[in-house]
Design a protein around this ligand. Structure first.
Ligand SMILES: NC(=O)c1ccc[n+]([C@@H]2O[C@H](COP(=O)([O-])OP(=O)(O)OC[C@H]3O[C@@H](n4cnc5c(N)ncnc54)[C@H](O)[C@@H]3O)[C@@H](O)[C@H]2O)c1
Length: 357
């Protein structure tokens, strides 16, 4: 296990590296290093830097691979590293940097209570953006119908919250019985829907996309959200209102962000959003979409095609840094809440500015 390092034991190489990292936003901090401290700040810290580097070296991980993630909380590595960096390791680092104490830092954004008395259906709730959205709604007093196919991870979300606040539904949004199970679990008025579940296409170009990949991507990314909206909208009309947020993508806005099937599916999400926003506005139902840029989650982001990697890869190397799932949850819950009561039919890029490149 790594031990706290004395600043005086830093090598010249460490000092040079840390000087490089002291760009804007990566200054060493005086307050305790926690899981919410950014990776850049950990690396720039005379105590945290050597601890984190020691761990990277042990795992054979090149520090430069963290460059796009410097602005993310350290905690984020647990999900983004796909199992290589466990919660235990993060806790060990925090303890190592704080004389054995596991210092926990609250998220200051979580003091509002915008969802008290409301029920929100969140799909993809077992991981990434969906899980962060579910947690944010819960933290703000809401009841969440948490939908996912990943049973184990869904159970972990439920276990972490008060009895009854989360209703888990292990369901496939592409199956009619999955939609029925969601409606049954909600058991009455649904005020909000966050259609978050989605899958990627390995960035395949159309000439390398077989019917199976095409069908699966369309089914999860388009048919699922469509069917769930179709099932929930009548109840919202009856109740006199509701809010729906569909998760689109930067691939909804351009052709250079992903493969053909994913790009088409996310353009379709925009059509679904705008059509519904127009049709149901007189009934008090707002329908918006968020278009995330790169987000550190469990989603598969690898290229399955050399053809696409050669063409799309260079563009992806110029985009803004990766955001964390909580940042996207902030955008999504804003649009779900009454704070966005005047917002309807919008496709909001939440992408650090990629959409203006
Ligand atoms: N991560 C990014 O960089 C990024 C960028 C742009 C858009 N998005 C979009 O954000 C959304 C969430 O992605 P994420 O990055 O959090 O991914 P993620 O893989 O971490 O989470 C997606 C969740 O959806 C669930 N899911 C998949 N198919 C399902 C189905 N048929 N029924 C029910 N649940 C299902 C998965 O089990 C998983 O828990 C997706 O729509 C994705 O296209 C992500």
């Amino acid at each position: 296990m790594p031990r706290p390092a004395d600043a005086t034991t830093l090598t010249a190489r460490d000092e040079r590296r840390e000087a490089t990292l002291r760009g804007p936003g990566h200054e060493p901090r005086d307050d305790p290093l926690t899981g919410r401290t950014t990776i850049g700040q950990w690396l720039a810290s005379p105590v945290g830097g050597p601890l984190l580097r020691g761990l990277l070296e042990q795992g054979g991980i090149d520090e430069s691979s963290l460059a796009p993630a410097l602005e993310l909380p350290l905690q984020n590595l647990v999900e983004a590293s796909r199992g290589r960096f466990t919660q235990e390791v993060v806790d060990q680092l925090v303890r190592g940097a704080n004389d054995g104490e596991l210092v926990v830092e609250d998220d200051p954004a979580l003091s509002a209570q915008r969802f008290t008395g409301r029920t929100v259906v969140v799909t993809g709730a077992a991981s990434g953006i969906g899980r962060a959205t579910a947690r944010r709604v819960l933290a703000e007093g809401g009841r969440v119908i948490a939908v996912d196919i990943a049973e184990g991870a869904l159970a972990a979300l439920v276990g972490a919250h008060a009895e009854g606040a989360v209703v888990p539904v292990v369901a496939d949004i592409t199956a009619a019985e999955g939609i029925d199970a969601i409606i049954a679990a909600a058991g009455g008025a649904v005020h909000g829907l966050a259609n978050v579940a989605g899958i990627t296409d390995g960035h395949r170009p159309l000439h390398e996309t077989d019917d199976e990949v095409w069908g699966r991507v369309m089914s999860v990314n388009v048919d699922g959200p469509f069917r769930l909206m179709r099932a929930l909208v009548p109840g919202m009309i009856e109740a006199g209102g509701g809010a729906i947020v569909n998760v689109a993508s930067e691939a909804s806005l351009r052709g250079s962000a992903a493969g053909t099937a994913y790009t088409v599916s996310k353009h379709a999400v925009v059509g679904l959003t705008r059509s519904a926003a127009f049709l149901y506005a007189p009934h008090g139902i707002r329908v918006n979409a968020v278009a995330p840029g790169p987000v550190a989650t469990g989603i598969e982001g690898r290229f399955a095609s050399e053809f696409s990697e050669a063409r799309i890869g260079p563009f992806l190397r110029m985009i803004p840094p990766v955001a964390d799932a909580e940042t996207l949850a902030a955008s999504i819950t804003w649009m779900l809440s009454d704070d966005a009561r005047n917002i309807n039919g919008v496709v909001l890029p939440s992408d650090g500015g990629w959409s203006v490149q």
